[in-house]
Design a protein around this ligand. Structure first.
Ligand SMILES: CC(C)(COP(=O)(O)OP(=O)(O)OC[C@H]1O[C@@H](n2cnc3c(N)ncnc32)[C@H](O)[C@@H]1OP(=O)(O)O)[C@@H](O)C(=O)NCCC(=O)NCCS
Length: 306
């Protein structure tokens, strides 16, 4: 890690050694408790835990304690930055700007042609600050929630289709094929491979009973994979990944699968949750029709360098 000048005598950029890692871990947990939202995305958390993906970490220390952490990941020349801050710092804007500048310089120094910066629970104040560094808004990821159990009738499953739970060790290849077809143009959800899927199957939250597959004559038509966040307050039940094969879209299966997933979650939690791209009109329309409303927005900023 090339430590840029923090331009503050009280602040330093530290290497990511074992003791610092444990301080960061504690700060990440405190930040999540304080905001009710994980400061790092799931792929970044998995990379942090050594379960896949490249990472570079920048640690900002001030007056002897870790005040912020920037995690960078990359694929080819495309880099992504996420930043977590100590929730006890008020205002946290200074360490964040410093970390963002340092992380951007780090990515550029390693040949990045584009740098993305994700802001969780975005506010208008973030915009001014991030745009001042040359970033522009690229896309919004919306977290939507719905009280469970759902009001209204459960839509019937189409004739000739059936639902069953995912079978680990048996359904991976078929599921990956449909996932990658349905999400062909999606930046994070396309190009999943067995390693990406297995990293999730090996987590403590993975439950194949809450991973529903919809088939027609033995062919996979769609799926709804749920995830219970039992450690969140309040506990949340997420529609984690949902897709319908393009050959079977607009037949009502997306609605049937979403409701089936939410019904399964309703036996465990009282709030349903999901993330959806603001620009994904079919999915947003489907979720709104079931009573989902916006909880908050995570915004992706982009800086392009040629
Ligand atoms: C989103 C998705 C799961 C919907 O599945 P589907 O089986 O095509 O949807 P349904 O036929 O059940 O439609 C249910 C409702 O969704 C909305 N909808 C679905 N497709 C739509 C479209 N192309 N345009 C506008 N609204 C649409 C409508 O409100 C529809 O209700 P209606 O038929 O009464 O108008 C499917 O389009 C898909 O797999 N997309 C790619 C993966 C993806 O984006 N997943 C969601 C990530 S959060």
């Amino acid at each position: 890690m090339a430590p840029p000048d923090p331009s503050d005598s009280a602040a330093t950029f530290d290497p990511l050694d074992t003791a610092t890692r444990s301080e960061i871990e504690t700060m990440l947990e405190r930040a999540e408790r304080s905001t009710g939202h994980p400061p790092l995305s799931e792929p970044s958390r998995l990379a942090w835990a050594g379960q896949g993906g490249n990472l570079v970490g920048l640690v900002l220390r001030s007056v002897g304690r870790v005040t912020g952490y920037a995690q960078l990941s990359w694929r080819d020349r495309s880099w992504t930055i996420e930043i977590a801050l100590d929730p006890s710092d008020d205002p946290a804007a200074v360490p964040r700007r410093r970390l963002l500048e340092a992380a951007t310089a780090e990515a550029e120094g390693r040949g990045a042609s584009e740098v993305r910066y994700w802001v969780t629970q975005h506010t208008d104040d973030d915009e001014t600050e991030v745009e001042a560094l040359g970033f522009r808004t690229e896309r919004d990821l919306v977290q939507m929630r719905v009280p469970l159990p759902l009001k209204g009738p459960t839509p019937p499953l189409n004739e000739g289709f059936s639902l069953r739970p995912f079978r680990p060790g048996h359904d991976e290849a078929g599921w990956l094929e449909v996932n990658n077809r349905a999400f062909a143009t999606h930046p994070e959800q396309s190009h999943w491979d067995l390693t990406t899927l297995m990293a999730r199957e090996l987590t403590g939250w993975f439950d194949p009973e809450g991973f529903l597959l919809c088939e027609s004559r033995g062919r996979l038509a769609g799926s709804c994979w749920t995830k219970v966040h039992a450690d969140r307050a309040p506990a949340l039940g997420e529609i984690y990944v949902i897709s319908v094969d393009p050959d079977f879209q607009r037949l009502g299966l997306g609605k049937v699968l979403t409701v089936a997933g939410l019904n399964w979650l309703a036996e465990r939690v009282s709030i349903g949750m999901l993330y959806v791209d603001a620009a994904n009109a079919p999915a947003v329309e489907l979720y709104r029709s079931l009573g989902f409303t916006v909880d908050h927005i995570d915004r992706c900023y982009l800086l392009e360098r040629r």
